[in-house]
Design a protein around this ligand. Sequence first.
Ligand code: G3H
Length: 229
Amino acid sequence: MIVAANFKMHKTRKETIEYLKELENVEFTRVKVAVFPPFSALVENDLIGAQNAYPAQNGAYTGEIGLEQLNEFNIKRVLLGHSERRHILNESQEFIAKKFDFYKKEGFEIFYCVGEPLEVRKQGIKAVMEYIKSQFEGIDLEYEKLIIAYEPVWAIGTGVSATTEEIKETHEEIRKLTSAPILYGGSVKLNNISEILDIPNVDGVLVGSASLDVNTFKEMINKAKEKIQ
Ligand SMILES: O=C[C@H](O)COP(=O)(O)O
């Protein structure tokens, strides 16, 4: 079971350090926990991953960070292909695949996000899978340190999670393509996490807004623990 927190553009360095301190007392046995803070809050801690990274050691890439900056904090985990980077920052599949390739070669654990917009979901699962397959172009689905996060765009930050049936059918289809763990993300809250974790082929969750409160996130970790036999 994997429970991951994506702070997006929330929290300062000080707040992130306090958050991590709160997590120190949590017993993680058999639950993998990951925390993705903003770049300015990256610290050396096993839970930490970067929300994004440029595919280079260093260089003239204004506004980006690369391997050199991640190495400073011994960070070996990165989130790639998040919907906000694809849709707000217009990252192309080709560029995301370049990042994937670079950080795969560096042995990073890669949380790789996919998910369809509402107009595609309305056309049904076949169209959803065509869309998702296009987001897998250039991605090594056999990479042993790959974790996939299925996050329907229309469920992110809206308070409206995908239905159990939608998650079930999509994860089932993604499972046919890879043996990597598959997380669900998109309005995961304390009141729906248990139900979501019960769905076949759901190996964990990627949580945005609900993860910002550390007590809520801790309770989510506990709910995930309850699912482990
Ligand atoms: O990375 C996390 C997802 O975008 C989900 O965000 P959310 O939980 O605020 O809907």
